[in-house]
Design a protein. Structure first.
Length: 134
């Protein structure tokens, strides 16, 4: 494995860790009670089994891989915004359609998720040494 491939791996793993920490902080530490109450109003249990955490870890890896690929073609802002659009806006449309999205959280989730994508993009572009301007 060449030096460039090691940098690619390091950038994706580091971004995955950042995304996982960001998601965990937002959804487990800051807003879990909102999620639980919303699910209770729907007559559902909030899914917080260990398998759910593992799936979110996999989601974080997929997002980091997507950002890595986007960052090779787009500049910093385009990469971060495109990743945010496809990861978050589309997810909110889907879970909103299923009526399991507590819309009151969007005022917090929108800027925090955008920050998540911006930092993940910065990690990947910095560690992989992809020109920040490109």
């Amino acid at each position: 494995m060449g030096f460039v491939n090691l940098r690619a791996l390091l950038s994706v793993i580091t971004a995955t860790l950042w995304i996982s920490i960001s998601e965990f902080t937002r959804n487990e530490l800051l807003f879990k009670e909102y999620w639980i109450k919303h699910y209770q109003t729907l007559g559902l249990d909030f899914p917080d089994e260990p398998i759910n955490g593992a799936i979110w870890g996999l989601w974080s890896l997929f997002l980091a891989l997507g950002i890595f690929q986007l960052s090779k073609k787009f500049n910093f802002i385009e990469t971060a915004l495109t990743a945010w659009f496809f990861a978050f806006l589309m997810m909110w449309v889907a879970i909103g359609n299923l009526n399991v999205l507590p819309t009151s959280l969007l005022v917090f989730a929108m800027p925090l998720s955008l920050l998540e994508c911006v930092v993940a993009t910065w990690i990947i572009k910095s560690l992989y040494k992809i020109n920040i301007e490109k």
